[in-house]
Design a protein around this ligand. Structure first.
Ligand code: NAI
Length: 413
């Protein structure tokens, strides 16, 4: 009897700017990967979903409701970058998608491999996964442009009901206002997701990054609620810096050190926290200190790009947006639509290809995930790189986006 063929229907969004260049390079790589890994027993059926400028041209909407419904129905999808206008225009489609699907975990692994350029002496020290909370913070989009009616109402409300807070405003005219929500629920579910990843990947350390010394009731609360999850829900598996600090006060330095050493020797995950500015400095000076980072939306956006810049840049940094509770995943390149190099066949498609590898991980297609990562690494090690990496890698051979894709396919075969 013949084995049943497993076909995954995967919606894809091409994206704006370089979206077309990198999708055209990624799609055949992912197809060849599946073909080689499963010899026809598993296949992909692609389904285009409209979003961004193409959607606007064809439907008059940048994010048609139908696209959101298809993404919800199929659960797993992959996308290219979508442009967001600065200082006005429509709000971010990326943020809208994450909100519509409640994709609360943005997961960005950053790792060096041989052949990637780096300004560091020891680039192999960079091996970190950033968990960025994806639904709150200043990205919630609760914005009041200066001189708008809503802005004036908010100022009037503060003046009347919170005069002390109103007094903190240096200027009360022509002042843009944003609201920064950070909730216990959102903090705890991203922390839980980060801890589960840490356990599943047999890692040993998770660092909560926040700016809680200044924004005490948002970023500071994030730190406290995140520690609560580690201590209360994962207590047997974790040892936190906060517990250690309490032990220091209550039982003295020696005993606190002893208990910590025992817990870590027994395999507990060490949960600590860092203020964001310190975390950025350490990312550059001591990247080996990090394994898993869990942080708020804005910090995570900056920090994951900063780590990526240490090991080849954003052209090679993959990302996943996941709702662990619903089992939804939207996999995407971390960079933007790079209009400056669009339609020139020079963009680096690695970020989207590696996002495809994360998608295979999520689907449980482990062999395909390993194969595509390995082929991409082999291609770069053999010196075939796109213009962005060539500029930083003396001795490499510059290739176009499409030729880079062909080289990876050769390695897969
Ligand atoms: P960008 O990431 O598009 O470009 C920054 C720089 O990196 C540019 O010099 C660009 O040429 C280069 N670059 C980016 N991706 C590259 C690749 N794959 N290969 C080679 N070089 C690459 O950032 P920018 O210019 O700030 O944003 C452009 C647009 O993209 C904006 O509208 C922004 O909102 C949007 N954006 C979308 C994202 C998404 O869809 N997830 C993420 C970030 C930005």
């Amino acid at each position: 009897m013949q084995n049943k063929i497993e076909t995954a229907i995967i919606p894809f969004i091409i994206g704006d700017g370089i979206g077309n260049d990198i999708w055209k390079a990624t799609q055949p790589v992912l197809e060849q990967t599946v073909q080689t890994a499963y010899a026809g027993q598993r296949t992909i059926e692609w389904m285009e979903v409209l979003a961004g400028e193409k959607a606007y041209r064809e439907t008059g909407s940048y994010l048609p409701q139908k696209s959101i419904e298809v993404l919800k129905q199929h659960k797993v999808a992959i996308k290219g970058p979508l442009t967001t206008p600065v200082g006005g225009g429509y709000t971010s489609l990326n943020v809208a998608l994450r909100k519509e699907l409640d994709l609360y975990s943005c997961i960005r692994p950053v790792q060096w491999f041989p052949g990637l350029p780096s300004p560091l002496k020891n680039p192999a020290d960079v091996n970190v996964v950033v968990f960025r909370e994806n639904t709150e913070d200043l990205y919630a989009g609760i914005e009041f442009p200066s001189d708008s009616a809503g802005n004036q109402q908010l100022l009037d409300f503060l003046k009347k009901n919170q005069p002390q807070e109103y007094e903190r405003l240096r200027y009360t005219e022509q002042v843009g206002l944003d609201i920064k929500p950070i909730s216990k629920n959102a903090t705890q579910r991203i922390m839980k997701a980060a801890l589960q990843w840490t356990i599943a990947h047999q890692l040993h350390k998770i660092t909560i990054v926040h700016k809680g010394n200044i924004m005490k009731y948002t970023e500071g609360a994030f730190r406290n609620w995140a520690y609560d999850v580690a201590e209360q829900e994962f207590g047997k598996l974790c040892f936190s810096k906060r517990t250690w600090q309490i032990l220091m006060k209550e039982q003295g330095k020696e005993k606190a050190h002893e208990i910590k050493a025992q817990a870590l020797a027994g395999g507990s995950i060490y949960v600590d926290d860092l203020i964001a500015d310190n975390a950025f400095a350490k990312a550059i000076a001591h990247p080996a200190d990090f394994e898993v980072i869990v942080t708020t939306n804005l910090n995570g956006d900056y920090l994951s790009d900063a780590f990526a810049a240490l090991v080849g840049g954003i052209g090679i940094s993959a990302g996943a947006n996941i709702n662990q509770e619903k089992g939804w995943g939207l996999f995407e390149a971390n960079h933007g639509s790079a209009e400056d190099i669009a339609n020139q066949d020079i963009a680096n498609p690695s970020s989207l290809i590696l996002s495809g590898a994360m998608m295979f991980d999520f689907m449980g297609w482990d062999k395909a995930a390993r194969l595509v990562r390995h082929a991409l690494e082999q291609t770069i090690q053999a010196g075939f790189v796109t213009a962005d990496l060539h500029a930083q890698s003396p001795g490499s051979h510059p290739v176009s986006t499409s030729d880079f894709s062909k080289k990876i396919i050769e390695f897969i075969q």
